[in-house]
Design a protein around this ligand. Structure first.
Ligand code: HAM
Length: 421
């Protein structure tokens, strides 16, 4: 027997029922981002591997363990993008967007690739919605990026979304913190599990992210970054919180929040859904004022977020009364008898030409099973054509909810439906 192919581990098919939710999230994201002055950007799936190593950072899981990297046929080291910020920052520089009026606001909907251990809400290819704002150093920019993401979750119908926020300082204050933090952990290193010892060696701040109960206990008495912020970082952080307070946005300051990528400075934030533990953040982001300078252009402040569409959809599916997304209002064309079949076939095309959502199974089935199918499809109306209707140049218009039927002239039906739907 021929081999039955299966999807590669960690990859997902998204079937129409779920894809509808994906599309809903993406459409509402695009509308909200456009309304807030963001322009759509598409960057390649494949970038120079070194771009991600330079930006996300050596010692992060994303770079060390999860990258889909390989040598292409020309011998270049490339990678499938694990995240969106690096590519968009590269495009901003490479396309001279620094000379545009600042800030430059960009948004993307893009597939990301990370070789992670697959589970619900964690796959090796995931679709992300994200924004990046370049050129605005002010706390109001951070707050606006956060409220944009909060709005997208609201519009998706999610009601129990929590926001955690922290500041991880800048190059001056973080160095001092890092030293004291490492000194503290070194004193307790014998208690730490292997994984966290390894983190301590390679990327110490990542220890803050540890889920290990023993590490958590050690961390209880560890120095806290918020006590180390320099005056400027302190002022920036208070500014962001004040703007959020101003808008009545609820948040929790979590002094252990560090995020899994190295490019952040100052503000970092994450949103969580109600499915605690099952998956990590719904979305997250922060400020990365040093990244563009590190990519060899003039220092440019920047802030943004990314959120996995599948994680949003999983949360939507868990909501009790999801806003009605199924676009109702379509028409099912049913027919009875030979000449009527052809009339129905024409009718479907005519309705589609008029911009009306229409379908029908022209080639088979009795009228009963056709109407049952119309019911399943949740259409508002069925157009029924039998031999009598063909002869008289009419159709029966059936209101699927009430079952009421009326006779309408065939040439009038497109207009009539356009009015009613
Ligand atoms: P991130 O936190 O690594 O940030 O990813 C953003 C979001 O992508 C996560 O919160 C999650 O919703 C989703 N995500 C990540 N990995 C997976 C996965 N394996 N399966 C499903 N969903 C996943 C970034 O990528 C930054 N570029 C965000 C950013 C933009 N920061 C500033 N600007």
């Amino acid at each position: 027997m021929a081999k039955q192919f299966q999807k590669v581990r960690g990859m997902n098919d998204v079937l129409p029922e779920r894809a509808r939710l994906f599309d809903h999230v993406i459409k509402s994201f695009m509308q909200s981002a456009e309304a807030a002055g963001y322009g759509h950007i598409e960057t390649p799936v494949i970038e120079d591997e070194a771009l991600f190593i330079r930006t996300s950072g050596e010692g992060t899981d994303v770079v060390d363990k999860e990258m889909y990297n390989f040598e292409d046929r020309g011998g270049h080291r490339v990678a499938l993008r694990p995240e969106g910020t690096a590519g968009v920052a590269r495009a901003y520089i490479e396309n001279g967007m620094a000379s545009l009026p600042q800030p430059v606001r960009l948004y993307y909907i893009a597939d990301m690739f990370r070789y992670e251990r697959p589970q619900a809400g964690r796959s090796r290819q995931h679709k992300q919605i994200g924004v990046e704002m370049f050129g605005d150093p002010n706390p109001s920019a951070d707050a606006q990026v956060i409220t944009l993401l909060a709005r997208i979750y609201r519009q998706a119908g999610l009601r129990n979304v929590g926001l955690q926020i922290n500041s991880i300082g800048d190059q001056t204050c973080r160095a001092k913190y890092r030293k004291d933090f490492v000194d503290y952990l070194e004193e307790h290193v014998d208690k730490l599990p292997d994984l966290d010892r390894d983190r301590l060696r390679r990327n110490p701040l990542r220890v803050l992210d540890s889920k290990d109960p023993v590490t958590q206990e050690v961390l209880n008495d560890a120095p806290q970054m918020l006590n180390y912020l320099c005056a400027d970082c302190q002022k920036h952080f208070s500014g962001v919180l004040e703007y959020l307070d101003e808008l009545g946005v609820n948040y929790e300051v979590n002094h252990r929040l560090v995020r899994g990528l190295d490019y952040y400075t100052r503000t970092v934030f994450e949103f969580y859904g109600q499915r605690e533990g099952a998956m990590s953040a719904l979305g997250g982001g922060g400020r990365y004022d040093l990244l563009l300078g590190e990519l060899g252009t003039k220092p440019t402040p920047a802030v943004g977020f990314g959120s996995g569409v599948e994680r949003i959809v999983i949360e939507m599916e868990a909501e009790e009364d999801l806003p009605l997304i199924n676009e109702q209002g379509g028409v099912y064309v049913a027919s009875l008898g030979e000449p009527a079949r052809l009339a129905a076939f024409h009718m479907i095309e005519e309705l589609l030409d008029a911009g009306i959502k229409a379908c029908g199974s022209v080639d088979k089935d009795g009228i009963g099973s056709q109407l049952a199918r119309a019911d399943k499809l949740d259409v508002k109306y069925a157009v029924i054509i039998g031999q009598k209707e063909v002869k008289e140049g009419t159709v029966l218009l059936r209101d699927m909810a009430s079952g009421a039927q009326e006779t309408i002239t065939a040439t009038e039906i497109a207009n009539e439906l356009a009015k009613r739907l």
